[in-house]
Design a protein around this ligand. Sequence first.
Ligand SMILES: Cc1cc2nc3c(=O)[nH]c(=O)nc-3n(C[C@H](O)[C@H](O)[C@H](O)COP(=O)(O)OP(=O)(O)OC[C@H]3O[C@@H](n4cnc5c(N)ncnc54)[C@H](O)[C@@H]3O)c2cc1C
Length: 596
Amino acid sequence: MKTHQYEVLIIGGGGAGLMAAIYASKGASTAVLSKLYPTRSHTGAAQGGVGAALGNAEEDRPDWHTYDTVKGSDYLGDQDAIKFMCDVAPEVVYELEHMGLPFSRNPDGTIAQRPFGGHTNNNTGKPVTRACYAADRTGHMILQTLYQQCVKNKVTFFDEYHVVDLITANGSAAGVIALELATGELHIFHGKTVIFATGGHGRVWEVTSNAYAYTGDGVAITLRRGIPAEDMEFFQFHPTGIYRMGILITEGVRGEGGVLLNNKGERFMDRYAPTVKDLASRDVVSRAMYLEMQDGLGINGNRYLYLDVTPETVNKYAALDGRTRPDGSAFRITAEEILSKLPDIIDFCHTYLGVDPVTQPMPVQPTAHYAMGGIPTNARTEVFIDEKDTIMPGLYAAGEVACVSVHGANRLGTNSLLDIVVFGKEAGLRAAEFSRGASFQPLPEDAADFSCEQFDRLRNGSGKEKAADIAKEMKEVMNDHVGVFRVEDGMAMALDKVRELKERYKEVRVGDQGDVYNTDLLNIWELSNLLDLAEVTAASALARKESRGAHARDDYQERDDKKWMKHTMAWLEDNEVELKYKPVTITDYKPKKRVY
Ligand SMILES: Cc1cc2nc3c(=O)[nH]c(=O)nc-3n(C[C@H](O)[C@H](O)[C@H](O)COP(=O)(O)OP(=O)(O)OC[C@H]3O[C@@H](n4cnc5c(N)ncnc54)[C@H](O)[C@@H]3O)c2cc1C
């Protein structure tokens, strides 16, 4: 088996992984392993913007950003980490600008910003323009810019290498095992440090905005190595996915003045969030949409509503809201402005729906979007292995795979692109620093045994089960019972179902027996990750008897700070999920009821 040696091994070539690589490669030998070509990572799909209190259009302050994030998290976010992220946000956004990121611009040449859900002027409670954007392709621009910097810094890439296991030695991270897609060979990567930056796991659900590659590999691999997963019950449903397909329509549409309408043509968010209306946080808007549809107010009785960004509608509601431009003049938008600010959205709607958003409303429904939970870390991106904050030396995680926790029970839009650059950078710096003072741990002789057995079993499986059937049943049950609204019986049923599917998975048949580009085999391996994460999600959700952020229970409708102001830590062992809890870090902001 081929063995490679680098001081820093970065798993994932998305925004977090590439930012880590730029910084790690300045001080240590660094390799990035990615199952996709880096520029195909999901970061490239991000549309709306990256949050930073630059104050280019109106007054804004990092401490307002901090408060909004704490409030958006429904007080489950760790306030020290949130403050760190929001304070450094302007600095990292300017850093991206100096790397050459082509942001949209204001007439005076400064970076353009737009309003986004949950971001407010703390004095007035009204939406503030905080999201820095490059049209509706912000993530694409971040990914391309970071990749160019990596090429400039001569970072070594192992593209289409699928990491399948973590190697530990003497209680420290010591490397990973990866399957090379082109040959089917397993390789050993020996490292002083390992950074997981593998993104999210929205493919657990049926209707999702997430890429096919979002199968939660990082969390599943670390769970198998005895590392817990934090706050997995909190998974965000974004309000505006294209009906049935789940493809995302950015919140930037509502930032530009778009409104949600029900079957009666009524702007229902007035009733649910009187101050910020359509720009309430995502959990609030998704729940409002469900309630409207439950009341038969979906369009033509269907399970979708309209998102309307036609100039006529935008200008009507902007006038009713008394919305003004930064210079005090009345806010008005033209068809040309919509075309220039939301070109990709207009394109998607033409392609997938045959709808022209400049003249017609878009049919939308909530879509599974973002994992607040993941591998537990501190703000230095070091990984915790228990509820007492014990660190595994040499192991780091950053980006959507990690739970710092800056998003708590609900993430605000634009805070993930911020998270990946802030904590990606931190991971790169910390791993390089650790490497300078550490030597390579000796590789255990049986380092590759687990992976060899796992893949031999899969390749030689002669069972009758089809992976596609198992995946479909898992996605449906998770969408129906561990989705926007949850109740005891439904979640318990979902958990049983997932366990039954895991049994059936043992009998799964791999169609392709070859070695070269065997994506069939890897997709089936990815399904095992999704099943593990579905189980941990359902078990964590079932145990939490309250409603907070994205975890909304019909049978426990109130937030219960006395009993549940704590993070869940879940271990997965032989079909058992063990749950423990740890306190939330509260510094400046005492928990209050959220009002929007
Ligand atoms: C449609 C959409 C729009 C969004 N819009 C916004 C927005 O406007 N603003 C915002 O703040 N957030 C947005 N988000 C969220 C945000 O884009 C993501 O959370 C963020 O980009 C994740 O970055 P990442 O670096 O953690 O992961 P990714 O960019 O997904 O990168 C993951 C990397 O890990 C690699 N990988 C995964 N598993 C393995 C494995 N087993 N072995 C090797 N490599 C592996 C992949 O190849 C990939 O390179 C959006 C998300 C979606 C889905």
